[in-house]
Design a protein around this ligand. Structure first.
Ligand code: F6R
Length: 614
């Protein structure tokens, strides 16, 4: 949440910063602003609403040329999304400008302290106290870097702060605790960003900062310290994707592009992770095999779509490993005093690697003695860095706010983990594991088949554009698919949508069914007859009550065809792997329905990608 950019170099800082904000806008789009250091002064501009409003303001009232600047795109927490609350915030003397991502939890006490000195806040934000504190320090003679350290030592909560000082041209200072910040290392120029998308068109060399670290960049240097000024280690890395991955490539939305990238994302996530004989080679897991063998219980945590990926994983991991596996919302986990310890493996799923709820949950689990394995898509992010082990999904950058390829690759990574545990615990024979791996290898092509047949789903979305409510039903691994279908529709089309376990219908939800209510039903493959047949009975029950049934089933499933108003054919796959193909039509449906309704699919209202506040 909130995107942050910093730049020092010979290019126009305004252009570099605004371009960076454009790539980070998915992190928040309530307002945007920039501040530059020019002619011994801070010059700034900020505007409520999307970045386009700021760009119009800058075109109308250009800022002076400068090679030193910072910028921010906001997802509002404290204070309404308006011009005054927009970042950057400038200190009372006008010398310091600051942008912030996170929440300063002790801001009220700090604000009272400042008010006692006659420094009254202009905005309703928590951020402004940090700007005023920094300003007070430099006005009292501190160097901006020293001032930043002093202020950070006083702040509680989560923050990435990036600041410039009118009297320190050519320098940008930044600090982080519990919120993301990476350095981009260029030649004769350096960058800061909430993530590498901020500077990917200029450099693919990045440095990940640790907890409670501060960095100062000039055109030729980057220096990392802790909050006491001691030199600190930070980890340089090479970004393995480039600018083209962060562009729409002719699609109308990033989301649609990312849905279409799923075959490649799955193939890349599988690549190099098994030998020719089908045995798993997850060398990147930094945990000894003996330790993994001793795991007695698995707890999977995640939020939103990542949580649903965990729900899919539970069916597969328990089936293959016979290790009891629970799935829990990361935001609930640490507040209920969960029973976890050294023999529990906590699996934290996060596309961004920065979700605050998940991060706090893994810290809690580690305090209780559990090992944490992250499944993550973002190299250099906090969750994999703080975890004991990691399996990266190789989906490439996900920019659409609604997660799509993130979900499919998370599910795939969970399958790989389950098979790997089955291999080292000998709960499956080698040939059984090899058979699943062989089927996984076919999944990119099967997802492509679903994409190739998408027209039917797109037409359906146009036909249902005015429906106020949609239900999604599924059983077994199809149940989380139903939940994910409903979440996508809620967040993009802003209509009421709910996912239910098909068997629960008779226990209450069937009361909402009436004539014309569209109900999507995910039907398990026919191989597991009981599951399949029970779901077909559920379809008959809802049809008898007048609902319209949109059935996702194997394309040649003639047992279900008579009860389907619309049949969306799926390729033949085994039950546990069906979520990889069954989710795709639901993603397309939500994307198209939101498009038809005229919504901004990539930036749905009230949302932001990367939820870095609890
Ligand atoms: C929904 C969606 C969110 C995220 C959730 C977790 O489309 O994108 O529900 O899945 O905020 O995000 P990560 O995976 O980054 O931890």
């Amino acid at each position: 949440m909130c995107g942050i950019v910093g730049y020092v170099g010979t290019q126009s800082a305004q252009n570099v910063v605004v371009d960076g904000l454009r790539r980070l806008e998915y992190r928040g789009y309530d307002s945007a602003g920039v501040a530059l250091v020019a002619q011994g002064q801070v010059a700034s501009a900020k505007k409520e609403g999307k970045l386009a409003n700021l760009e119009a303001e800058l075109a109308a009232h250009p800022l002076p040329e400068s090679g030193t600047g910072i910028g921010h795109t906001r997802w509002a927490t404290h204070g309404a999304p308006n011009d005054v609350n927009a970042h950057p915030h400038v200190s009372r003397s006008g010398r310091v400008a600051l942008v912030h991502n996170g929440i300063i939890e002790n801001f009220a006490a700090l604000r009272t302290e400042l008010e006692a000195e006659g420094i009254t806040a202009l905005s309703e934000t928590d951020t402004e106290v940090a700007a005023q504190l920094l300003g007070r320090e430099v006005d009292n003679g501190a160097d901006i870097a020293e001032a930043m350290r002093t202020v950070c030592r006083r702040l509680e909560g989560a923050f990435t702060l990036v600041a410039v000082d009118a009297q320190a041209p050519g320098r940008v200072v930044a600090a982080r605790r519990n919120s993301p910040l990476v350095v981009g290392v260029g030649e004769g120029e350096n960058f800061l960003g909430s993530d590498v998308a901020a500077f990917i068109e200029h450099t693919r060399e990045a440095v990940e900062l640790g907890q409670d670290q501060m960095v100062e960049i000039t055109a030729d240097s980057w220096t990392v310290t802790d909050f006491d000024g001691n030199p600190a280690d930070a980890t340089p890395y090479h970004v393995d994707w480039d600018l083209s991955a962060a562009q729409k490539d002719g699609f109308d939305w990033f989301m649609r592009k990312e849905i279409h990238e799923q075959p490649r994302a799955l193939a890349d996530t599988l690549l190099g992770r098994h030998a020719e004989d089908g045995s798993l080679t997850l060398d990147e897991i930094r945990m000894p095999v003996s330790e993994l063998r001793s795991i007695q219980r698995i707890v999977i945590i995640g939020c939103g779509t990542a949580h649903y990926a965990g729900m899919v994983a539970k069916y597969a991991i328990e089936h293959w490993t016979r290790i009891p596996c629970e799935v829990e919302l990361a935001s609930e986990f640490r507040y209920r005093d969960p029973i976890v310890g050294p023999q529990t493996l906590v699996v934290a799923i996060s596309q961004s690697g920065e979700t605050a709820d998940t991060l706090m949950a893994i810290r809690y689990a580690q305090e209780q003695g559990s090992k944490v394995l992250a499944i993550c898509n973002t190299n250099g992010s906090t969750i994999p860095r703080e975890s004991d082990a990691v399996i990266y999904t190789h989906a490439g950058p996900e920019i659409g706010v609604a997660s799509t390829k993130g979900f499919l690759t998370q599910v795939l990574a969970c399958y790989l983990l389950g098979l790997y545990l089955a291999q080292i615990k000998n709960t499956k024979f080698g040939d059984e594991i090899a058979a699943v791996v062989a089927e996984l290898e076919t999944m990119p092509a099967k997802v492509q088949e679903v994409l190739d047949a998408q027209q039917r789903v797109l037409d359906l979305a146009a036909a249902f554009a005015d429906n106020p409510s949609v239900l999604f039903l599924g059983r077994h691994a199809g149940y989380p698919v139903a939940l994910e279908g409903a979440l996508k529709l809620k967040e993009l089309a802003y209509i009421h949508a709910e996912g239910f376990a098909a068997g629960e219908l008779k226990h209450g939800p069937i009361a909402v069914i009436d004539k014309d209510l569209p109900v999507f039903v995910v039907v398990p493959p026919r191989g597991r007859d009981m599951l399949h047949d029970k779901t077909v009975s559920n379809i008959q029950e809802i049809r008898a009550r007048g609902a319209q049934t949109i059935v996702l089933a194997e394309a040649d499933d003639d047992t279900v065809a008579p009860y389907a108003d619309v049949l969306i054919g799926l390729p033949k796959v085994s039950t546990l792997l069906q979520p990889l193909v069954a989710t795709v039509p639901l993603q397309l449906f939500a994307c198209e329905l939101a498009t038809v309704k005229g919504h901004d699919v990539d930036q749905p209202r009230n949302l932001a990608k990367s939820v870095t506040v609890e």
